[in-house]
Design a protein. Structure first.
Length: 423
């Protein structure tokens, strides 16, 4: 969600409610006893400190030789260090011992790219193999095993996207520049939004006519106006990541931002570097263990979360001493409640509350803005935090950047926890 002080909402997918948008910082964390050195290795890898990363991954492997994530990332790290013999040795371990795992399948693909067989011995030295090796050294790769979507198999193993920040009220909106069918387009990077959404004005700018068939469904956002929606297929590219014949949701509205939603980023874990203005996308090795529908306990002091059906991250927040479930939404600038939810919390809207208008894909809503006494989520404990209250009901209240913008955070999808660190 974008809310530019005149808060802006987002679309709900045509087959159900979408999450109301979050840019997530996700790190692949092993659930084995190697979690700490493995996590440190991921951090060093993302910092491009490959020597330190290799040492951490080797420690993780020594402690738990079956940790396929650590083996795979160790191999990737040695490729970055141009130590291909060690990389091939590790890829072969995965390919021979765990051929059915996602790491094993990726290892088989990597060995093919390096011109090496899955067993010891020589490999191809053809020009095509050399070309593939150069491509993979730029972090391209993926599993091409039977049954995997060919589009996902050909995606880069790692890509760094750059974003520009547009601020309003001191809170950022993240914009990434990409292309649709080869024509430039800017998107709000919005991992909480279930679908990748454009409006009719975007469709016109692309030279694509409005579908001449009945709408595929309906979309609704904050504002509660229901509009027709269509699905179309297009080639969508952001940085070096291109999704071919990708499903775009076209809403029968204009004047709202294009949203790069969760379905575009789904093959990746992602790390946001707000200082450097970049997002490191790392292709998933194993499927996320989250999404069970319940809050999980954290063994490492993180804030537990659960995912709603549309993929949004739900956290329990203490508001004036009472708990309420909120959508952790880095795409939103403000903290937004419905009148129903603020009443449930026993909070009275003061007579001198500031009037403002919240704009969303579903229309505009008048709101009242005022500070509340206290909000707390894990280590973040703030007093006098401003919130906006609207009359319409729109689902879970939104926990936006006004609350946590001065913290860095990691969303660990495998343990279903968020770890905060003060900037």
């Amino acid at each position: 969600m974008i809310d530019k002080r005149e808060s802006t909402g987002k679309a709900v997918g045509i087959f159900g409610k979408s999450a109301l948008c979050a840019i997530a910082l996700v790190t692949l964390i092993s659930s084995a006893a190697t979690a700490e050195p493995y996590s440190e290795g991921i951090e060093f890898y993302q910092q491009r400190n490959f020597q330190r990363a290799a040492s951490c991954f080797e420690t993780a492997i020594a402690r738990s030789p079956e940790n396929t994530n650590a083996i795979y990332y160790a191999a990737l790290t040695y490729q970055q260090l141009r130590n291909n013999p060690r990389a091939i040795e590790l890829y072969r371990q995965l390919a021979t011992r765990y051929p059915g795992s996602r790491g094993g399948k990726l290892a088989i693909q990597a060995l093919q790219g390096l011109g090496a067989s899955t067993v010891g011995g020589g490999g191809s030295s053809s020009s095509s193999a050399a070309s593939t090796t150069r491509s993979y050294s730029r972090s391209y790769g993926g599993s091409s095993s039977a049954g995997e979507d060919p589009d996902i198999a050909r995606l880069p193993a790692q890509e760094r996207l750059h974003f520009r920040t547009e601020e309003s009220g001191g809170k950022p909106i993240f914009w990434v520049t990409g292309a649709v069918n080869g024509k430039p387009m800017e998107f709000v990077y919005d991992t909480g939004c279930d679908q990748t959404v454009i409006g009719m004005d975007h469709l016109a700018s692309l030279g694509i006519p409005k579908p001449n068939r009945p709408a595929d469904g309906k979309s609704m956002g904050v504002g509660n106006a229901v509009t027709d929606s269509w699905r179309i297929s297009a080639n969508v590219r952001i940085g070096g990541i291109e999704r071919r014949n990708f499903p775009l949701l076209v809403s029968d509205r204009s004047g709202v931002p294009a949203l790069l939603g969760r379905n575009f980023m789904e093959p990746y874990n992602y790390t946001v570097d707000s200082t450097g203005g970049s997002i490191l996308m790392t292709k998933k090795v194993v499927a996320s263990a989250s999404g069970s529908g319940g809050y999980s306990a954290s063994s490492q002091g993180g804030v537990p979360f659960k995912r709603e059906k549309g993929g949004g991250i739900l956290v329990n927040v203490e508001v004036n001493g009472r708990n309420i479930e909120m959508l952790f939404d880095t795409g939103a600038q403000n903290v937004l409640f419905s009148r129903r939810d603020i009443n449930r919390l026993g909070i009275t809207v003061p007579a001198d509350a500031e009037t403002e208008v919240t704009h969303g894909v579903g229309g505009a809503m008048p709101g009242l803005r005022f500070p509340i006494s206290r909000m707390r989520l894990g280590p973040i404990d703030k007093s006098g935090i401003p919130v906006t209250v609207v009359e319409q009901n729109f689902g879970e209240p939104l926990l936006g950047q006004a609350f946590f913008h001065d913290y860095q955070y990691t969303i660990d999808d495998q343990r279903s926890v968020i770890r905060f660190m003060r900037r």
